[in-house]
Design a protein around this ligand. Structure first.
Ligand code: ADP
Ligand code: ZN
Length: 196
């Protein structure tokens, strides 16, 4: 669900799901529609996500929108150009623990904040701070990809290489979309993640 403008009130929209589920496409679509409505739009993504285009939010299907590169969510307020009404953030899971607080602060100032990000890592573990952001958002869309093994809707990201640590930037060569049934996690990585 995409919210429409409502008086001077701000809010948070989250677009989550696994890789290849169309999060960036959907974020770009919403930001383009805001631009068409002549709203002031500012877009951000983490500096480390440089898979396709520097200084653009880009989807796997090559849609693009210019953006500013940041390391942490707390850089956002100072970077907003005067007149910003809509803030778009891609790969939000990489922007640090206080992302929910920063987004809430912007929403309380009357801005519409749209965050796209992975809700789980490649092991299927919720990716902090996305769970808190999802809880605080007015509107959440969970996108699904297509499982490359069986063709069912896919909620998980399968890593195709092992032993590379939690964050490994890459696309088709390193990851693929899988459903719950077809998703697998290496034994060693399971014990490291599920210690309880
Ligand atoms: P995300 O931001 O969630 O990683 P993108 O918006 O960048 O997703 O890319 C979505 C596009 O990826 C789809 O429109 C499709 O063209 C492509 N794609 C590649 N593999 C898959 C898959 N397994 N399931 C769905 N879409 C896929
Ligand atoms: Zn499957």
């Amino acid at each position: 669900m995409e919210l429409i403008r409502h008086h001077e009130s701000g809010w948070i929209e989250v677009i989550c799901g696994p890789m290849f589920s169309g999060k960036s496409e959907e974020l770009i679509r919403r930001l383009r529609r805001a631009q068409i409505a002549r709203l002031g739009v500012a877009a951000f993504k983490p500096r480390l996500d440089n898979r396709y285009a520097q200084e653009s939010i880009a989807s796997h299907s090559s849609l693009m929108i210019p953006c500013m590169l940041i390391d942490r969510a707390d850089e956002i307020p100072a970077l907003l150009p005067p007149g910003t009404e809509v803030v778009g953030i891609d790969e939000a899971q990489f922007l640090g623990e206080n992302l929910p607080e920063i987004c809430s602060g912007l929403a309380e100032r009357g801005l519409r904040v749209i965050c796209a990000g992975l809700d789980m890592d490649y092991r299927g573990v919720p990716w902090d701070p996305m769970p808190r952001l999802l809880a605080q958002a007015e509107c959440v869309d969970k996108m699904l990809a297509i499982c490359v093994v069986c063709g069912n809707p896919a909620s998980r990201t399968q890593r195709k290489v092992t032993g590379k640590g939690l964050v490994l930037i890459g696309a088709e060569e390193a990851y693929e979309a899988r459903c719950r049934r077809c998703h697998t996690v290496d034994k060693g990585e399971q014990t490291e993640i599920f210690p309880y």
